[in-house]
Design a protein around this ligand. Sequence first.
Ligand code: GLC
Length: 657
Amino acid sequence: MVEAVDGAHEAIVWKVEPHSVAEADDFDRSSWQLDRPRFKIERRLSFEERSFSDLSITGNLRPVDSYGSMHSFGAVPTPTSPAWSPFELPPMVNEAWDALRKSVVFFRGQPVGTVAAVDHASGEVLNYDQVFVRDFVPSALAFLMTGEHEIVKNFLLKTIHLQSLEKKIDQFKLGEGVMPASFKVNNNPTRKTETLMADFGESAIGRVAPVDSGFWWIILLRAYTKSTGDLSLSETPECQNGMRLILSLCLSEGFDTFPTLLCADGCSMIDRRMGVYGYPIEIQALFFMALRCALSMLKSDAKGKEFMERIMKRLHALGFHMRRYFWLDFQQLNDIYRYKTEEYSHTAVNKFNVIPDSIPDWIFDFMPCRGGYFVGNVSPARMDFRWFALGNCIAILSSLATPEQSDAIMDLIEERWEELVGEMPLKISYPALEGHEWRIVTGCDPKNTRWSYHNGGSWPVLLWLLTAACIKTGRPQIARRAIELAENRLSKDGWPEYYDGKLGRYVGKQARKLQTWSIAAYLVAKMLLEDPSHLGMISLEEDKFSSNLKFHALPKRLIDLRLVPYSLGWLADYPTTTAAAATPKQPFPPASPFDLPSPTAPHRPPTPTPPPPGAIGGIRGVEWRLMTSNLLVPVSDMKAITDLRYFSPHYDGDTTL
Ligand code: GLC
């Protein structure tokens, strides 16, 4: 653990410059920027319907009085706002709020986070008495949804201070931007002092640094800014610098051939060896979301601008790579099943040389005709076909998934409800590794036996992500069903950390009780359902196509926009009528411009799209057309094409402006 120098951070003065994200916006950011504070949607509710989110419970976090308290958390058991009446809340919600408040950690009298679990009965505390960055996110959202911003602001400031500490594992120094996995308040009763101790992975089991912490920090900073409308926090030099340091870590160029982020096993929520090393979906989705959030908050000063440019480029490439290579549905599975191997050169279809024999048997039965998902990992000759809930939900929330892909993920959850939800939402991964595979992949981890913990266990914390994804895709009924399941068990079982078994029927073998993020996730899920306008805090809309088109002076009302690459030679063969209507809708983004055969190559697109008559633009020897249902627009630079392609997750051949 790294200890913060006592009192050093108290001297920091936050200087707020008169500048706003929105004002500083330029064309590139116009569709990514933070919205102004959301409108409070007023609606009349019957007494039974009254949402606890509508009730004012602000200002009820009381600081502990002195340094002398034995525990630095749990000091505020009761809400104090006069407007708040506990009798108006369903008993389980009431109980959850009570438990959440008891988990609050104080530092020098200020609330700074929530402890991972308040399980006094559990013999081994390990690090469950600490504030984990990832665990605090649902707590923070719950507090933001009720207008209690202070704890979130304090948390963001304390953790950004911890980031600036020097971190070392043995003799090796970690990157400046690394954020802690967790921290705790160290009490010195004799000296009557409190200090913060952070763990960047040097104490963690397995000694892995948390790649997800920095991403969650950025995502939470945006949630705070969006919820409060207060830009002054994100615009402080400390927050701007903190963001840039996190980004420097993951935007640096090196030996990478993919835009995805290469990771060690155990660097995220799944913080033990589980065969997720490489390019895990959880990290890639969080990376994408954090990039988009950062883009909306970086100031466009000289330093900020440089990062914004790098972010844009990475988002283009990352979005394309994920949508194209990580996506799996029935058709794609069938294609992989029929893959040729050992293909060389740019024309390879099986780019990563995945050997069809490595496809596990279970996937053939599991894959429904309707539905799809982002697989766990893709790297040379390796596709991890397992389902991971967090990455897929974040893909929906960040709009990494196209609207069609988001719908398909929800379809899959519906179609495979028993496997993915069972009796307790939600399986962290599916299916479980067993027998020999478990021995080899987990290193015989006794905590991660089949259908337990990270290996196919069911985690109530994922309920908030599922609910948010359901609301975003317009399927609240799925969330309702899941919440009902959780309500049958969670409180009765003492709010466990996770459940075991194929159906998630058993309280996890080593699960902590009163696990804070299980409690907070339930509250967030309930509040999201009650008032869907909260969704904006943790969801990013798909990019507006128009912002990328305005340079090309396109007519405002185009429908069925389509960008089609053609080689001059191919044109002669195509009929020239009813072009757009005849083009089938593509489930994936079209091929990358870099994948296209050169005009002189003897290849043709596998399913050529007939072009309508109209203007033609030429790029690098390949002819491109921007095709609409009723007119063609020439496109004359490569940037326009990559913008159209990558910037709109919606872009799958049809886009309505
Ligand atoms: C376990 C989980 C991790 C979580 C921590 C604290 O280690 O795997 O994701 O952050 O517990 O709850």
